[in-house]
Design a protein around this ligand. Structure first.
Ligand SMILES: CC(C)(COP(=O)(O)OP(=O)(O)OC[C@H]1O[C@@H](n2cnc3c(N)ncnc32)[C@H](O)[C@@H]1OP(=O)(O)O)[C@@H](O)C(=O)NCCC(=O)NCCS
Length: 187
C-alpha cells in the first residue's frame, strides 16, 4: 500500500524549465487567467471559470485533497519567469490496484513549447517511483489532438475509445484512453 502522507506534504518536482510545486490560494489570479479562457476549457471536463471565485474554489478543493492525503495537481511554475502557468497531477488514485489517472492544463500562451510533456514525464516518474503505481492512465476527448500527442510523447499507449462517456459543453463526447505500465516505463 502506498504512503498517503506523501500528498499531505507534496514534494516539489523539478524539470529543466519548470518547477512543479504544491498549489496555493495565491495562485487564484494565475488560474483564473487561463481557466477563464474558453479555448483552454474546450476539451476539459470542467466548465470555463466565470469569476475568480471559481478559481478559488478549484484551489480550495486541491488544498482540501492534499490535507486529507489525497492526490491533487501540482502548480506548474515557469523557471525563467516565476509565473504559474498551469496545473497537472494525479486523480482517481486506486491503491488496491496501484493505478492512478493523470491530467493537466496549461495557459494558452505556453502551448506547444513542450512544457506539458516535460511536466507529465516528471509526474509519471513520481507515480512509478514514489507511489509504487503499476498503471498510469489518461483520458482525453477524441478532438484533443494536442493532449493525445503529449501522452504518446510520454510513452503512453492508446488503448481504445470510450463512446459518448462524458457529457461536456453541451454534448456527449467520445474519450480516448491511454496508459503506461510499470513494466514499460524506462526512466
Ligand atoms: C493539452 C495541453 C495541456 C498540451 O500542452 P502543451 O504544453 O502545449 O503540450 P506540448 O507542447 O508538450 O505538446 C503538444 C504536442 O501536440 C501537438 N499539437 C498541438 N496542437 C495539435 C493539433 N491540433 N493537432 C495535432 N497535434 C497538435 C504539438 O505539435 C506538440 O507535439 P510535437 O511536440 O510532436 O510537435 C494544452 O494544449 C492545454 O492545456 N489544453 C487545454 C486543456 C486540456 O485540453 N487539458 C487536457 C485535458 S485531457
Amino acid at each position: 500500500m502506498a504512503n498517503t502522507s506523501i500528498f499531505t506534504d507534496l514534494p516539489t518536482l523539478e524539470t529543466e524549465r519548470l518547477i512543479l510545486r504544491p498549489p496555493r490560494m495565491e495562485d487564484d489570479e494565475s488560474v483564473f487567467a487561463y481557466a477563464s479562457d474558453p479555448v483552454v476549457s474546450m476539451h476539459t471536463v470542467w466548465e470555463t471559470h466565470r469569476t475568480i471565485d471559481d478559481s478559488r474554489s478549484f484551489l480550495a478543493m486541491m488544498l482540501e485533497f492534499l490535507k486529507h492525503g489525497e492526490p491533487a495537481s501540482w502548480a506548474f511554475v515557469e523557471r525563467s519567469t516565476g509565473r504559474m502557468i498551469g496545473t497537472g497531477g494525479f486523480g482517481s488514485w486506486n491503491q488496491q490496484h496501484a493505478r492512478a489517472e493523470i491530467g493537466y492544463t496549461l495557459g494558452r500562451s505556453w502551448w506547444n513549447m513542450g512544457y506539458t510533456t516535460e511536466a507529465t514525464r516528471a509526474i509519471i516518474a513520481f507515480g512509478f517511483s514514489r507511489l509504487s503505481l503499476n498503471r498510469i492512465e489518461a483520458y482525453c476527448f477524441v478532438e484533443n489532438h494536442a493532449s493525445a500527442r503529449v501522452l504518446l510523447k510520454c510513452g503512453m499507449q492508446p488503448e481504445g475509445l470510450l463512446r459518448e462517456r462524458i457529457h461536456s459543453k453541451g454534448a456527449y463526447r467520445d474519450l480516448n484512453v491511454f496508459s503506461v505500465l510499470r513494466s514499460e516505463w524506462a526512466p
